[in-house]
Design a protein around this ligand. Structure first.
Ligand SMILES: NC(=O)c1ccc[n+]([C@@H]2O[C@H](COP(=O)([O-])OP(=O)(O)OC[C@H]3O[C@@H](n4cnc5c(N)ncnc54)[C@H](OP(=O)(O)O)[C@@H]3O)[C@@H](O)[C@H]2O)c1
Length: 230
């Protein structure tokens, strides 16, 4: 039976590589994009695209419940939505912190909560994968990206809590932590850097597939780092 996989942030750099990889593996992909937006690329396979504002908890809950009802199960959910903001304590206001928490944490939490509840009812459980960030783990980096680092740090704790509750239900959560991803935006922002030291979206997509397919069924490590040489 095909894997039914929710992928958020499907129009982003990591999102595109992940949707393409999962479709090549014959997964059924339920991809989300922001309201009024499209994927922005053509792809073949079992793909359904949904316009959902992931900062709206009720809308996300409806999307997940409808998906579970229509497809009969959810095997995996990949919470790829996120965004970056620079700034240390001097220039991080409460408002900028709230924006980062909404974009990086709430968009993951609002999907993870109903998905987790659905997976607990499934005999085979399921897998949730969140995308962390290195500044949340390394204070020397996080001090200059304070709101970003703080908002991503909540994801690590959430995954730990979900693993504590999900263990008896075969529901397993991971936080994949990329180093600098080789994206057009990062190449433009950091032209002096050696791009071959970065992790590619395709490498991350392959790791996400491993984690969520039968190949990774025994894996239990919560935090997985993919820094390459960055
Ligand atoms: N790039 C890096 O070097 C790096 C390093 C470490 C971790 N990460 C993390 O990796 C993940 C993917 O990064 P990326 O570079 O691929 O990001 P990206 O290209 O900026 O993609 C982010 C995606 O999030 C979607 N999105 C934003 N707000 C949304 C909302 N309210 N509702 C629904 N969708 C929304 C965007 O869609 P729309 O444009 O349609 O709104 C976009 O598809 C993020 O979590 C990021 O924090 C990135």
């Amino acid at each position: 039976m095909k894997n039914i996989v929710i992928i958020t942030g499907a129009s982003g750099n990591l999102g595109k590589a992940t949707v393409e990889y999962f479709l090549r593996q014959q997964a059924t992909v339920l991809a989300t994009v922001s309201p009024g937006k499209s994927l922005g690329y053509q792809v073949e396979g079992a793909l359904e695209t949904f316009e959902v504002d992931l900062t709206d908890e009720i809308k996300v809950q409806t999307f997940v419940k409808d998906a579970a009802a229509n497809f009969g199960k959810i095997d995996a959910a990949l919470m790829l939505v996120g965004g970056f903001a620079a700034g240390n304590i001097d220039n991080t206001t409460g408002d900028s912190l709230k924006k980062m928490v909404s974009l990086n944490f709430e968009t993951s939490y609002f999907v993870a909560r109903p998905v987790f509840q659905q997976m607990k009812t499934q005999p085979q459980g399921g897998r949730l994968v969140f995308i962390g960030s290195r500044p949340a783990l390394r204070a020397e980096e996080g001090k200059n990206t304070l709101a970003y680092g703080l908002s991503k740090s909540l994801i690590f704790k959430l995954a730990e809590y979900l693993n504590a509750e999900g263990a008896s239900h075969q529901v397993v959560s991971h936080v994949l932590v990329p180093g600098t991803i080789d994206t057009p935006a990062n190449r433009a922002a950091l032209p002096q850097e050696k791009f071959s030291d970065w992790v590619s979206p395709e490498e991350i997509a392959e790791a996400l597939w491993y984690l969520t397919s039968s190949k990774g069924r025994s894996l239990r490590e919560t935090v997985l780092k993919m820094y390459a040489n960055s």
